[in-house]
Design a protein around this ligand. Sequence first.
Ligand code: ADP
Length: 347
Amino acid sequence: LLEQEVQLHRLRNAPGGNENPLSMAFNPHYGSESILPQGIDVRGLPQVSRESLKLVKALGQGAFGEVYQGLYRHRAGDTAEMPVAVKTLPELSTGQAESDFLMEAAIMAKFNHPNIVHLIGVCFDRHPRFIVLELLAGGDLKNFLRESRPKPERASALTMKDLLLCSLDVCKGCRYLEAKRFIHRDIAARNCLLTSRGPGRVVKIADFGMARDIYRADYYKKGGKAMLPIKWMPPEAYIDGIFTIKTDVWSFGVLLWEVFSLGVMPYTGCANREVMEMVSGGGRLEKPYGCPQEIYRLMCECWNPTPTDRPSFATMFDRLQRFLQDPEIVSAPLPVVRSLLPPPMEV
Ligand code: ADP
């Protein structure tokens, strides 16, 4: 344990590390109360022993605490170590933060699918609390797309086939959630992570923060509308507060648009208020430059004003697979265009 504390301390204070901003908060012990809202029982989660984990380097800052890359040894005698991501909860977090942190693990524990990040286990016996996930070393889909943009002198290394495969991966994850009747509420390129960047990459849905937050009684009081991903939401969600699987279908249409525009911010330069007005008045995102017409048509179907008229993920899976078999679509390289270059401001 001591060794891990030292590791954590060293990693936290390494360049790029962060001091714990919650260190002044009060932390009541997570005692006998192991049943969370929705009947999720902490004791039912797979457990990982602290001794089988080694933290290697800091990956980034999460909503609660630092996320580390680590190595996990499944059994004591094993020589093979598996690369993992370890989400940590700072020692002096509030009880609310602790149950939110655990809630995300409990949500992920319900799923078992190659396009959804796999929960290996939790380590909640002592502090700091850990959530151990499979490592997705390729970073998030939005940054991957942006960094793969063509340059004036060089076409993108990606083809339409790569973009379709990424879209299909997310669609498969969503199709699984749809079958489980689980509404994600925040399908977007930033919330998908890649196993690697090269060919053979697999995209997985990796962030369940929004689904977790709706379990919190004070969620709307705290964040309000400013916290909502308006540009990815259908009008019935922000006007009437109606969330169904068809909410995720709309968001997936926006994700398709992000993929085929190589990570452009949807409705660039528009504030959320303007987007709400424009979209509820019938306005839609334009076809990304060079995007095949059939794919844009699918996006537009996701944005049907009548939720029940939007396609299911099962249908979209079939459609995307058919696009993948269309030689005209898959062999097209991405065009070299100036307008796709990142300008000084984020687009
Ligand atoms: P937030 O809590 O703000 O949604 P996360 O905790 O999901 O953010 O992630 C924080 C950082 O850790 C991000 O840079 C993210 O890419 C990285 N990360 C999260 N999960 C994994 C994972 N399974 N594999 C690799 N990196 C991850």
